[in-house]
Design a protein around this ligand. Structure first.
Ligand SMILES: Nc1ncnc2c1ncn2[C@@H]1O[C@H](COP(=O)(O)OP(=O)(O)O)[C@@H](O)[C@H]1O
Ligand SMILES: [Mg+2]
Length: 298
């Protein structure tokens, strides 16, 4: 389908009542058939996004959901490395027309599926408008069911980082107690809220010594945001303690949930998975989303 046709259909959807489908109140539950798409970003790199996304994906899969992980760190992909998978093809082959999206999706541990990106291909960091629209359309061609898609976004505040956020239903920001991580998370929230009108954020605090510390960091971030960015809604999704089971499993290229299922971090991943599946989500904010035709039942 060409860009004009996509945009026309999307506009028709948005003019329905502005609230999306499923009864008109804009909410739906993850247990029904619409894929739930969450984008994990951080501002700063190295805060634990990939560790959290991979383990969370397995935790959600173990709860009976079909989970797809999209490695959206297009230039510096590493979900595959962390899971010990060697992809033959990547999202780059979809853009070049050599492969379809279904061709490149791989099976990962714990029953999850992975859509790999290419490492070290700098041009891929910036998607052009037609690539962005093309990718959104491609997801609706997937035949295997997806209940939950988790996007491991790149660091920074690039246009492509924004795109993956806008094409998702939930925006999850990951930060650590490090001051630079807090300021970079704030910078990301500032751009998303002032330029892209995102008003709701879920927060995960990683690398904490206690729940109290995590909540203190959450309060610090939201107090500054409330003061300088106006009314935004923040949801404390959970925290992951500092735990050596994470770097140990990264070194072995296996998920912590498989190697150290009883570790404190893994208890945190399971709790996060539960919190996510219990969350109510709005389907529409006027931006075209992944699986949008599915939402429209086209
Ligand atoms: N909660 C944690 N406790 C201890 N080490 C962690 C924790 N979270 C992440 N790490 C370590 O931090 C490093 C960076 O994590 P990674 O998931 O690659 O971050 P990002 O994807 O944000 O760049 C990895 O070596 C990982 O083992
Ligand atoms: Mg990463």
């Amino acid at each position: 389908m060409n860009q004009a046709a996509t945009l026309k259909q999307w506009k028709a959807f948005c003019s329905l009542d502005g609230t999306g489908l499923n009864g008109g109140n804009g909410n739906y539950n993850a247990t029904v058939s619409n894929p739930r798409v969450l984008c994990f970003s951080s501002g700063k790199g190295g805060v634990g996004k990939t560790s959290i996304v991979t383990n969370l994906a397995i935790a959600i899969s173990k709860m009976g959901k079909n989970v797809l992980v999209l490695d959206a760190d297009l230039g510096l992909a590493n979900v595959d490395v962390m899971l010990g998978i060697t992809p033959k093809y990547s999202i780059q082959h979809v853009f070049s027309g050599e492969r379809s999206l279904s061709d490149i999706i791989m099976r990962g541990p714990g029953g999850i599926r992975l859509l790999p990106a290419s490492s070290g291909i700098q041009e891929l960091c910036h998607l052009n408008e037609s690539e962005k629209l093309f990718l959104l359309n491609e997801f609706d061609t997937l035949e295997d069911p997806v209940d939950v898609m988790l996007i491991d976004n790149a660091a920074g505040i690039s246009d492509t980082v924004m795109y993956f956020n806008m094409a998702s239903q939930s925006r999850v920001i990951i930060l650590t107690p490090e001051p630079t991580s807090i300021t970079d998370a704030y910078a990301l929230i500032k751009v998303l809220s002032t330029r892209y009108m995102v008003k709701e954020f879920s927060i995960i605090v990683n690398w904490t010594s206690s729940r109290q510390e995590a909540y203190k960091i959450f309060r610090q971030l939201t107090a500054v945001a409330d003061r300088f960015l106006g009314f935004l809604s923040f949801n404390f999704l959970g925290h992951i303690p500092k735990d050596m089971s994470i770097p140990k499993s990264v070194r072995q290229q296996k998920p912590a949930l498989e190697l150290f299922p009883e570790s404190r971090a893994c208890k945190g991943f399971r709790q996060l998975a539960e919190n996510i599946l219990n969350q109510q989500v709005k389907t529409s904010d006027g931006n075209i989303k992944f699986f949008w035709k599915n939402l429209l039942r086209l």
